[in-house]
Each structure stands twice: as structure tokens, then as C-alpha cells.
Design a protein around this ligand. Sequence first.
Ligand SMILES: [Zn+2]
Length: 366
Amino acid sequence: MDFGAIFPLLSAKGSLKSFFIMKTVYSPKHNLRNPKTELAGGQLITPFESPQRADYILSAIQSQQLGPIIAPAQWPRSLVESIHDIGYLSFLDTAWQRWTEAGNAGEAIPNIWQSRSMPSQRIPNHIDGQLGYYSLAGETSISEGTTEAAWASTFVALSAADLIHQGENSAFALCRPPGHHASKNQFGGYCFLNNAAIAAQKMLHDGAQKIAILDVDFHHGNGTQDIFYQRNDVFYCSIHGDPMEAFPYFLGFSDEIGTGLGVDHNLNLPLQRGATFHIWHQALHHALRQICRFSPDALVISLGVDTFENDPISFFKLKSKDFTQMGKTIASMNLPTLFIMEGGYAVEEIGTNTVNVLKGFKNEAA
Ligand SMILES: [Zn+2]
């Protein structure tokens, strides 16, 4: 792709003021994550989390000229090991091969979990047992190429974080698969590696003292909360569907405030079915006030647009124009801001809604 043709001024001068544009990091390797099955409604359906999602976002970025699109660099495995359990990463490395070598014809779907009545801490040897141990839900199948795509998605996040480190005031990581449901040692909710957590950890590694993660995806980012729950250098805040009624069901309640050093560094703002942008925006203002009190060096946005009114698996009522205001309001924080793509399953509108947030942010920040 010739980005010079899309942004001739950049090629000609190399110095458009950075606040007029936002750089996007993107890897076509997301296409390696192309599962055929999702367990939903008692059936194996075509997954909601599809390659077309990233295609639509990329297309909207190009047509609306958000800024240049750049490829990710490779990053050391140690950065990912600073967030994820080594045994879990080894599991992801070999899961597909072991699943197929065991003679399974379909995609790898867990079907047994360590339940309340079986509190063993042992990690089984068999691939079926390991799938249960290393997963939090059964909708997300592991398919051929999944792990390579997940790593490419994380490299996208790390490269976008590096743009902030190099002085950009914002950047967009077009991550796919998403990451915020992935915990230290569990996949699920379409997520395998927690891109936002890994990027935040890199920013700390690069010298930031405090990072705030604001998760605006419809679903609570259980993985991100779990990873930072006992820490006071990362403030995690999420606005999401009430977990009494919405995935991930078992985390995301307002009384989860952190433990140990992390007390008061976790803020959950669950909202009820049918929440409009007026209600949602009030929660955003509350979240931003708390982030302001934390006084972070930078902001990481877990950007899901499944709060959209026509999203097929969610129940908020945001309209496309509301995403522009969302971006504007986030820009009012005047912080270096890294946007990391998470969910959004109304595929034909995902590009418009995502770019509305980013352009709303840039126009206000400019
Ligand atoms: Zn979501």
C-alpha cells in the first residue's frame, strides 16, 4: 500500500503537524484469526468476531484520512511475559497442534472447567483439561493461526504505545483479536493476549509512573481488571453492561475497588439495559474525574464500539454521532492517549463508529 499517495503532503514535506493526524498501527496478520465456529444459542455459529471487522475499520480510516497506517515492529517476548503467565503462553503456542494431533476434527472449544466443587490447583496434561484450565468461557474456539494473530495484535499495540513514547500525543492500535477479557492465564470473550495491559506495562517500562486505562467497550474488561487489581501504578476504569445481565457475568461489579496496594485503583461503572448516550456520558464524566484525581502520565483507551444501538450482542443505545462526542470528551483530559481496538460487532457500522471516536478526539485535541 502506498501511503504517500493517500497523504501526499506527508511524503512531500514529512512534517504535517502531528495534531492534525493520528497514526494507526495495523497488521494484516489479523486475518490468521479466522475461526469458523462460536458456541452460541446451543449451536456452532459463524463467529461475531470476524476478520471483516478490521477490514471495515481500516477502510474507514483510509476514506476519512485519519492519518498514516503503519506496520508494527517485532517486540521481545519478555514484554508479554511481564503480563501473562509463562505456562499460559506455552499453552497458546502449542494448543492448536496438540488439539489436532489428538484427532479432533473441529476447532478447539473447552468443555470442562475447574468448578467450585473441584478446587484442584493442578494443571492437567491432556489438551482437553488444559483448554478448561486456560479458558474462562466456551464461546471462543482456538483455530489454526489464532496464536500468531494474537501475537501480531499485541505487536500492533506495542508499536502504537511506542509512538506515544516517541512523542505522538495519540495513536490508534487497530488490534484484532481484541484483548481486554484475557487475564494473566486465561483466554475467552474472543481475547487471547491483553493488548491494553501489555501496552500499559510497556509505557511504565519506558518511564511513565502512572497509567490510566479507560475501558469503553460494552463488556467489562475482566482480564485487565484482574491483571492490575493489586497495583497502584495502573488505574483501571470501565463503563459496561451490568454483569448481572451481561458477559462476563462474574466480574465488573461496582464494589470491586482493588485489593492491597490497588485499593481505590479500580472503578467499575455498570449500566442497565437500554442505557442512552446521556446516561453513558454521565458515567464517562465521572470516570474522567476519577482519572484526573489519579493524575496519570498517559491514558490507554480500550476502545470497543459495541455500545452501539444496533450491536447484535449488547444492549446500550449509543448512536453513531455519539461516538464523536465520546472522542471529544476524552480529549478534554489533555493526556497522551493510546486507543486500542477491542469489541464491536455491528460490522457495517464499526468503521464509522470507531473513526468517529478518533476524529472526535483529534479535532478537539487540535
Ligand atoms: Zn465487548
